[in-house]
Design a protein around this ligand. Structure first.
Ligand SMILES: Nc1ncnc2c1ncn2[C@@H]1O[C@H](COP(=O)(O)OP(=O)(O)O)[C@@H](O)[C@H]1O
Ligand SMILES: [Mg+2]
Length: 256
């Protein structure tokens, strides 16, 4: 297993946001985490990436216990993520957004990162390597023609793609995508499905996906975990989940 969570629990005061969740993510697969709003999905990502220390339970990544380690340590182990709400640097171009992610990964210093892309780098050789890697990544993701466009000038679907490019800039082996299709139209959603499969194959990475667009989830997931009020109510293949009564009830909110 690339990632394993055992009995993961997160309480906020009296609220149990995640209740004893166990999860397995095999290498090179796309695994989905679904459930109604407030089910605890994003909290799971926040525990995996070290934003929150779990109240109890254990997280293992490539055989190593990463429970409650800090976000920078976990990112360096090879876990990248995107956020439910787009978090791009608004004033920066496509190219700058991606190269800044590389610098931040190394330096954890935004000022230094921005200073360096201004061309005043004290390490020109390292800088050239970063520039080449960034351009090659943009090319692979069909974003190179938008290299110098300001991130906010991009159509919504491309901004989501740029977020994924930023997450890939640090060469993760596991990518966590939090509602990447949110706000997309049906055509953009179909393109995103192919895009996610392509990055799994081209970058040889594993993907854990939170998503509400059921067509997308059913189309690309190997296995689906369903959460409701913090509890994992079902796990199985897309076909198994589609026919599961508890899942249908959780979404429809009624017993019939
Ligand atoms: N930092 C926090 N402090 C208090 N409650 C939180 C915090 N983060 C999440 N929660 C609560 O945990 C529950 C699950 O939230 P979340 O993980 O964002 O759900 P989802 O992503 O499935 O919509 C919600 O009741 C939410 O209000
Ligand atoms: Mg969420």
């Amino acid at each position: 297993m690339m990632l394993e969570a055992e009995n993961l629990t997160m309480r906020f005061g009296g609220v149990t946001a995640v209740d004893s969740l166990s999860l397995e993510v095999p290498e090179n697969e796309i695994i989905a985490l679904i459930g109604p709003n407030g089910a605890g999905k994003t909290t799971v990502f926040n525990m995996i990436t070290g934003t929150y220390a779990p109240t109890s339970g254990k997280i293992t990544f490539r055989g190593r216990d990463i429970t409650a380690r800090n976000p920078s340590y976990i990112a360096k182990q090879g876990i990248g993520r995107t956020f439910q709400n787009i978090r791009l640097f608004k004033g920066l171009t496509v190219f700058e957004n991606v190269i800044t992610a590389k610098h931040l990964h190394l330096k954890s210093n935004l000022f230094q990162a921005v200073f360096r892309i201004s061309g005043l780098s004290p390490y020109p050789a390292e800088e050239r390597k970063f520039i080449e890697e960034t351009e090659s990544l943009l090319e692979k993701l069909d974003l190179l023609d938008l290299r110098d466009a300001t991130s906010t000038s991009l159509p919504y679907g491309k901004q989501r793609r740029l977020e994924i490019a930023r997450a890939l800039a640090t060469n993760p082996s596991l990518l966590l995508l939090d509602e990447p299709a949110a706000g997309m139209n049906p055509q953009e959603t179909i393109e995103l499905a192919r895009f996610i499969e392509r990055i799994r194959d081209e970058f040889k990475i594993t993907i854990l996906l939170i998503e509400h667009h059921m067509d997308l989830v059913m189309d690309i997931s190997k296995n689906i975990y369903v959460m409701d009020f913090g509890v994992n109510i079902a796990v199985g293949s897309p076909a198994e989940i589609q026919g599961d009564r508890r899942v249908i009830e959780a979404y429809l909110g009624s017993g019939d």
